[in-house]
Design a protein around this ligand. Structure first.
Ligand code: ADP
Length: 189
């Protein structure tokens, strides 16, 4: 298992689990959200372009995001494997991802979907807003990110299910329990 995607709604715990999976499998974890936030903090050209979308809970335009991901996946540290968190997020990005992988001459092994009910997601995001200070963790933006997930990302997850790549994992419970479920799902795929 060397090339994985982790998908799921905001607040499902993708970032936390990505760190653990990356250590366990010895592959780099790449989060598009983290890359955008780092670039916004550093006020790079990419950051300036992305900021208004991230702050509003909108998807950053595909042209910008696709280019950024392709560039990142060609780095040396991703040559032998990667776990990608936060991409693809809509059907256009799935097509772009297919093209990127074809150009790299590699294939995905598994797509992990972390699930959690809406109430749990909102309560986790509200809690995170108090501790992390992410500018997109306020109530209106949280609601909008969940809407974008329902309208754009959920249909793209279906695409991976049809391809037989999807493994659903229950994201409720302790970090350790969820991680154990994920490792089990990876082993069985
Ligand atoms: P969450 O999934 O908890 O909302 P992320 O850190 O994954 O948080 O993403 C934060 C923001 O970064 C998104 O709301 C969006 O503006 C931007 N972003 C991240 N990944 C993508 C992507 N694949 N395409 C477009 N925008 C993205």
């Amino acid at each position: 298992m060397t090339r994985l995607l982790i998908v799921g709604p905001p607040g499902a715990g993708k970032g936390t689990q990505s760190t653990l999976i990356s250590e366990e499998l010895g592959i780099v974890a790449i989060s598009t959200g983290d890359i955008f936030r780092a670039n916004i903090k550093g006020q790079t050209e990419l950051g300036k372009e992305a900021q208004k979308y991230v702050d509003a809970g909108e998807l950053v335009p595909d042209s910008v995001t696709n280019r950024m991901v392709e560039d990142r996946l060609t780095w040396e540290d991703a040559k032998d494997g990667f776990l990608l968190d936060g991409y693809p997020r809509n059907r256009t990005q799935v097509s772009a991802m297919d093209e990127i992988l074809a150009r790299l001459g590699v294939e995905l092994d598994v797509v992990l979907e972390l699930t959690a009910d809406r109430e749990e997601l909102i309560s986790r995001l509200v809690k995170r807003a108090e501790t992390d200070g992410r500018t997109d963790d306020n109530e209106d933006v949280i609601r909008h990110r969940l809407e974008v997930f329902d309208s754009e990302t959920a249909p793209m997850i279906e695409e991976y299910r049809q391809r037989g790549l999807l493994k659903q994992v229950d994201g409720l419970g302790s970090v350790e329990d969820v991680n154990a479920r994920i490792m089990q799902a990876i082993k069985s795929s």
